[in-house]
Each structure stands twice: as structure tokens, then as C-alpha cells.
Design a protein around this ligand. Structure first.
Ligand code: PLP
Length: 385
């Protein structure tokens, strides 16, 4: 169903729903069939097959996601990393060079630093806050620029407008991982990004029960990406597609609550007298607050803080806190807590972590959709004054 005149909330529910509905089903059924009967005169490219990303479950999601991101087209993939690797391998070929923001999600960083060079694709790391320095990193074979909407775990927001401008001036394809913002808070295509990537495992699905990814953008680019995706085979299974579809319908109401809870918990932490540092782009003291305020309509449920008293207090907090689950990943309805120095960033040396501001006492919170009063009461009992 087309929802071009409708708001985000309505698009989440109605965009991409099949017309007419299959057998009248209000909820799009799972088409658990690898292959489909040939239709009369069907061209090879139109054969329906799960790996070719064209079953009814795929098509509905593609349309819904394009409507949410305000792009011409979108694709779902078997994971966020499938989206990222497929997009990069579509845009770049052996002999190419690209620019990437220096603080990327760990899996992306390893893929770019360790795997891409084996296929003759080279990267230069850029400082997202210093656009003047990017020019000197350009080479005649530079083809793309890759950035993230917000970094993990300190929630820094780089100069995204400069990235788009720089890409235009130098005929680069601009790619952005928008996992932390979601189209509810930020639509990168409206700023001018060419390809928008998500780990749908996080907020888009929102229930911590599948891994999935998204690639959205102009139809000509998405056509090229689909060709690569069909061959690499990182296609989403219909059952996961069904769950993802169900999760997406509530994206707007979930994000509203994540945004509100994130802001309320961050403000409470900031005023509690119990924290040495607090990282949430929605509060005025955050280094990226001005940019986040201009670019985004909400700040998500991601925050990080250092309690007063150092690593020992951080360790004790993890033991005392009751509602949050101590687990990696993010963006689900339940609040999750981790200590990045011992999880996502454990692979770095202490010096590398220090340089990035990731101390042993840093705690990252993915704030869920529980009552924020209950969360605050729990943090209150778990953090000493
Ligand atoms: C989790 C995550 C990914 C990877 O997604 P998977 O679904 O685990 O493959 C990529 N980018 C960001 C920002 C993430 O948080």
C-alpha cells in the first residue's frame, strides 16, 4: 500500500502491505517456500526464490523500509554485517580506495581493516570532526565515504553534512550506518546520503529475537546492490522476515519511548551526583549535542556513563542492578547494560581504549521501554553517592 502522504507512524503500520491482502490476512503470512511455481511467460530474473530476495515477505519489507527511510528502494539482508559487507562490495572493486570514519562498529572495522585489503580494496581512516583534513586523504581511485550516524559507545556525532558535501564535490558514493538513529530519529537520504545501512537486529526489529539488516537508497544503486546480494547470498529467511515485519509496525511507538526514557535517565544520572561522566547526545554537556540537535529529532535510548569511584564501583553496579540484563547488543524493549572495556572493546590494548575514552569504569546502557521510574529507582539503589 502506498503511504506517500502519511506520517511515520502510519507508514510503520501500513506501508508495503500487499493489495489485495493474501486471502484477506490482516497480518502478512510467512511464505515458507524456497521456490515458487513458474508463472506463464516468467523471465529468469522474475523467478521467485528466497535467495533472490523476491518472495512476498521480502517485497513487503522492502516497500515498508523504503517508505520509512524516504528512499526510492530498500532491501533486507540476513544480518547487519550482510548489509554492510554487501553494500561495500557493490560500491567498491579491486584497486579502489575509500574513506571511513575512524571509530566504526567492531565488525565493520575488522571487515574494512582485515578483509577488504585481501580483495585489493584500501581504506584511509578519517577524523569525522575535522573535514578540512579529508582532502589530503583523497586519491585518484577514491570511490566512497563510509560513516556512522552515532558512534558506539560514546554516542559521538560526526560532521555528517560535511560528509555529504565532500562526497558530492568528489563524486564519491556516501554510505551511512544509521543503526543507532533509525528513520524515526533521522532520515539520512534527506540529508543527501546515497546508501543507508542498518543492523535491523537492533531498534528496527526491536525485540532481540532475530538478526537482520537493511540497505536503502536510490533505485539504480539498490539494483546494483541486489545483484551482489543475490550472489553473495546473505538473504533474509522468511520466518525472520515475518518477525522483522511485525517488529517494524511498532517502531514509532517504541522509539518515542526509547527517546523519552534515554533522555530522562541521562538527565537523572547527570543530576544524581553519582557520575563522573555522562555521554548522551540529548544533554547539553555532550560534545556532539549541537549537531545531534540539528540533525536528529530524538536521541535514542543509547547512553554511557562513568560512575564516581572508578572501575570497582562500575563492577559493583553490574552486580547490584536488577532490571537491566547484562548483555551485549542493543535496541530491544528490555534495558541492557555492558562494560565496553570488557566486551565490545576488549580486543583493543588498554592504550588504544584510553585514546578512545573507553575506560574500565565506563558503563553502556541500551535503555529499554520499561517505566523510567522503575529504571531510575534501580540505578539509584545500585549506584553509591
Ligand atoms: C550490531 C551492529 C552492526 C552489525 O549488525 P548484525 O546484525 O549484528 O550483523 C553494525 N553496525 C552497528 C552500528 C551495530 O550496532
Amino acid at each position: 500500500m502506498s503511504t506517500t502522504n502519511h506520517s511515520m507512524e502510519t507508514r510503520c503500520v501500513h506501508a508495503g502491505e500487499p493489495v489485495p491482502r493474501y486471502a484477506g490476512a490482516v497480518s502478512l503470512p510467512i511464505f515458507q517456500s524456497s521456490t515458487f511455481e513458474n508463472e506463464e511467460g516468467c523471465a529468469y530474473d522474475d523467478l521467485k526464490y528466497i535467495r533472490l530476495n523476491n518472495t512476498p515477505n521480502h517485497k513487503a519489507l522492502h516497500e515498508k523500509l523504503a517508505a520509512l527511510e524516504n528512499t526510492e528502494a530498500a532491501l533486507v539482508t540476513a544480518s547487519g554485517m550482510a548489509a554492510i559487507s554487501t553494500a561495500l562490495l557493490s560500491v567498491l572493486k579491486s584497486g579502489d580506495h575509500f574513506l571511513a570514519q575512524s571509530r566504526l562498529y567492531g565488525g565493520t572495522f575488522s571487515f574494512v581493516a582485515e578483509d577488504l585489503p585481501r580483495w585489493g580494496i584500501e581504506v584511509s581512516w578519517i577524523d569525522g570532526d575535522d573535514p578540512a583534513s579529508w582532502q589530503s586523504a583523497l586519491r585518484p581511485n577514491t570511490k566512497a565515504i563510509y560513516v556512522e550516524a552515532m558512534t558506539n559507545p560514546l554516542l559521538e556525532v560526526m560532521d555528517l553534512e560535511a560528509a555529504v558535501g565532500f562526497a558530492r564535490e568528489n563524486a564519491l558514493v556516501s554510505l551511512i550506518d544509521s543503526t543507532f538513529t533509525t528513520p524515526f530519529n533521522f532520515k539520512p537520504a534527506e540529508m543527501g546520503f546515497d546508501l543507508i545501512l542498518h543492523s535491523a537486529t537492533k531498534y528496527l526489529n526491536g525485540h532481540s529475537d532475530i538478526v537482520a539488516g537493511v540497505i536503502a537508497g536510490r533505485s539504480d544503486l539498490i539494483k546494483t546492490v541486489l545483484h551482489t546480494l543475490n550472489h553473495l547470498g546473505g538473504s533474509l529467511d522468511p520466518h525472520a522476515a515475518f518477525l522483522f515485519h511485525r517488529g517494524l509496525k511498532t517502531l514509532a511507538v517504541r522509539m518515542e519511548r526509547h527517546n523519552a526514557n534515554g533522555l530522562a535517565l541521562a538527565r537523572w544520572l547527570a543530576h544524581s551526583g553519582r557520575c563522573k561522566k555522562i555521554y548522551y547526545p540529548g544533554i547539553e554537556t555532550h560534545a556532539s549535542h549541537e549537531r545531534a540537535r540539528r540533525y536528529f529529532s530524538g536521541y535514542s535510548g543509547m547512553l554511557a556513563f562513568e560512575p564516581k569511584g572508578g572501575a570497582e564501583v562500575a563492577r559493583a553496579f553490574i552486580e547490584k542492578v536488577r532490571l537491566p540484563i547484562i548483555a551485549p547488543s542493543l535496541g530491544g524493549v528490555e534495558t541492557l547494560v555492558t562494560r565496553p572495556a570488557f566486551t565490545s572493546h576488549a580486543g583493543l590494548t588498554p592504550e588504544q581504549r584510553e585514546a578512545q575514552g573507553i575506560t574500565d569504569s565506563l558503563i553502556r546502557v541500551s535503555v529499554g521501554i520499561e517505566s523510567v521510574d522503575d529504571l531510575i529507582a534501580d540505578f539509584y539503589q545500585a549506584l553509591p553517592l
